[in-house]
Design a protein around this ligand. Structure first.
Ligand SMILES: NC(=O)c1ccc[n+]([C@@H]2O[C@H](COP(=O)([O-])OP(=O)(O)OC[C@H]3O[C@@H](n4cnc5c(N)ncnc54)[C@H](OP(=O)(O)O)[C@@H]3O)[C@@H](O)[C@H]2O)c1
Length: 297
């Protein structure tokens, strides 16, 4: 029998990594994790900051999936936090590309990236070939992807511009559920702004699909885009909680969240034609179906 392929997930202890690892194991892959934590023997310790890693552990790695990055949404973007958001992505990606030459079995790389990287022009549906914007996140994504491009010298690779990941285990949906659970369900800002989203199982399936097909280039990991009002209402319905309050004004969100308010206020519609043309099929393309699957779990 052939030895199972080994997939190394950097930042694999997080929301997406945990879901992906479970899918990969179900499909017969062997999975290794890179973590900055020191306590857990079943994980491989690394420090992108000080460039520490045990290369012996990586000898049999066929595929690297890089999900490492400090959380974008969980605290305000002070100057110090911005530096951390940048370094946690770019330093770790550059470090992985530096050691790629020392991974003899490496045949494919997947680099995470984000969909919030375009100039916001109302009603435009962006595709992967559209230009980067000039705000903080756009610049972060541009530089993060440029770091992933260092893999060009080593193996085929795919960059996934990931949308808001819908999961019952945490992330944005957890944050959206909070006010609703207190009976305070309402749209945020105008409520008409579009948010691109993807069900976590589809994201993991897309990473697996890319690995198995050796897709190359940049792809939107986006199932669909829905208006904020529609999303908040659909979540309230799943939670059987009221949704009647007036919208939370944008100025208030800006006051509370600062620059980070763009995560909920920006109006972005994104095409998923490119990934669909590869033959990838989403399991959840309609918001209600995605939410039903999450809430029924
Ligand atoms: N979830 C979303 O809605 C979403 C949307 C767009 C893009 N993405 C991107 O997709 C990737 C995975 O998302 P996720 O939701 O799974 O993220 P997550 O739950 O926050 O996990 C990210 C992982 O990155 C590692 N990490 C944190 N700070 C780090 C640092 N300073 N240096 C190196 N590694 C660090 C952590 O692993 P250890 O603590 O074990 O080292 C953590 O488990 C992230 O890069 C994220 O930006 C996610």
């Amino acid at each position: 029998m052939n030895k199972p392929k080994t997939v190394l997930i950097a930042g694999g202890s997080g929301l997406v990594g945990t879901n992906l690892a479970s899918l990969l194991r179900d499909k017969g892959y062997s999975v290794k994790f890179l973590t900055r934590q020191k306590s857990n023997d079943s994980l491989i310790h690394w420090s992108p900051k000080t460039k520490e890693i045990d290369l012996q552990e990586l000898i049999d790695v066929d595929v690297v999936v890089n999900l490492a990055g400090a959380n974008i949404g969980d605290r305000n973007w002070t100057d110090a936090r911005k530096k951390e958001l940048i370094a946690s992505r770019i330093d770790s990606t550059l470090f992985l590309s530096e050691i790629a030459a020392k991974m003899p079995a490496l045949s494919y790389y997947v680099g995470a990236s984000g969909v919030n990287c375009y100039e916001l022009i109302p009603k435009r549906i962006v595709s992967e070939s559209d230009a980067f914007g000039s705000d903080f996140l756009s610049t972060l994504v541009r530089d993060w992807e440029a770091a992933s491009d260092q893999f060009q010298a080593h193996c085929p690779y795919m960059k996934l511009r990931i949308a808001m990941v819908l999961s019952g285990e945490g992330g944005s949906l957890e944050a959206m559920k909070k006010p609703i659970s207190f009976g305070l369900g309402s749209p945020l800002g105008k409520g008409t702004q579009y948010h691109p989203w993807i069900h976590i199982d589809d994201l993991s399936r897309m990473i697996l699909f890319g690995m198995e097909q050796h897709l190359t280039g940049t792809y939107h990991a986006v199932a669909n885009c829905d208006q904020n009002r529609t999303m908040m209402k659909a979540i309230s319905r799943q939670m059987k909680r009221p949704f009647f309050l007036p919208a939370v004004p944008a100025f208030l969100l800006k006051m509370i969240l600062g620059e980070r308010s763009m995560l909920v206020l920006s109006d972005l519609q994104v095409s998923n034609d490119k990934i669909k043309k590869t033959g990838f099929q989403f399991q959840f393309e309609q918001l209600t179906d995605a939410l039903k699957a999450i809430f029924q779990k």
